[in-house]
Design a protein around this ligand. Structure first.
Ligand SMILES: Nc1nc2c(ncn2[C@@H]2O[C@H](COP(=O)(O)OP(=O)(O)OP(=O)(O)O)[C@@H](O)[C@H]2O)c(=O)[nH]1
Ligand SMILES: [Zn+2]
Length: 217
């Protein structure tokens, strides 16, 4: 496995370099890729021997500057990012792809415009449409070549998004298991999460219902 050559499966994506990335949960290796046609810099955080042929615990995370960096409670992204890194650290092996698809592909400023429309009553899907975008403009074409760089062919994918599972599968990456990532439902994001479930198909129900405690009803 070469980590210095241009990734052959996608001529638009170039592998560049890597460094150690200590986090509160584990020391990952951070790898940088550049999408040549757009200049977007996509990242992979890798822990352990992910190229040994066994399915890999993985997260394909879409950039959310407001949630991942600025602690926004309007969405669940920051908590999902942390939750995924914790799970990978617990297993000692896994990969997180950090894709620069801010605002489901519409960009940061347009996402802020969409939030403003949501404050005026639109839901997350209606706001995108009012701005002239699709509800979800992401493409995942970089996922397979990024995984191929590390010899990853199959994933245990941490997601609640069935369209993401479908998109990754269509790229030729086998998703052998979906690992739910249900975190940080709160008063600010519950309408957003309910809209994702109702209109975008997100699976927001835990696979195993929590036991009802005696007297809870
Ligand atoms: N346009 C728009 N983008 C949003 C909004 N809220 C979050 N995002 C973006 O949505 C992306 C995350 O998408 P989600 O639907 O939360 O999650 P997902 O990645 O599809 O699915 P999971 O794997 O289950 O997390 C990030 O790029 C966020 O910036 C919003 O109201 N409008
Ligand atoms: Zn978010």
């Amino acid at each position: 496995m070469s980590q210095s050559a241009t990734t052959p499966a996608n001529v638009d994506l170039e592998y560049t370099t890597s460094c150690a990335l200590p986090t509160p949960w584990a020391q990952f290796t951070l790898h940088a890729f550049v999408e040549k046609s757009t200049g977007k810099e996509h990242l992979a955080m890798v822990l352990g021997d992910v190229g040994n042929g066994e399915p890999v615990l993985g997260r394909v995370h879409s950039e959310c500057l407001t949630g991942d960096v600025l602690f926004s409670q309007r969405c669940d992204c920051g908590a999902q990012l942390e939750g995924a890194l914790r799970k990978i650290a617990d297993e000692g092996r896994g990969i997180l792809l950090y894709l620069r698809q801010e605002g489901r592909g519409i960009g940061l400023v347009n996402k802020i415009r969409a939030y403003r429309l949501q404050e005026a009553g639109a839901d997350t899907v209606q706001a995108n449409v009012q701005l002239g975008f699709q509800p979800d403009q992401r493409n995942y074409s970089m996922v397979q070549p990024m995984l191929a760089q590390f010899g990853v062919k199959s994933l245990r994918l941490m997601t609640n998004n069935p369209r993401k599972i479908d998109a990754v599968g269509k790229l030729g990456v086998e998703v052998v298991e979906r690992v739910p990532l249900l975190v940080n439902r709160n008063a600010f994001n519950q309408h957003y999460l309910d809209t994702k479930a109702a209109k975008l198909g997100h699976m927001m129900t835990p696979l195993t219902p929590a036991p009802v405690e005696d007297g809870a009803l």
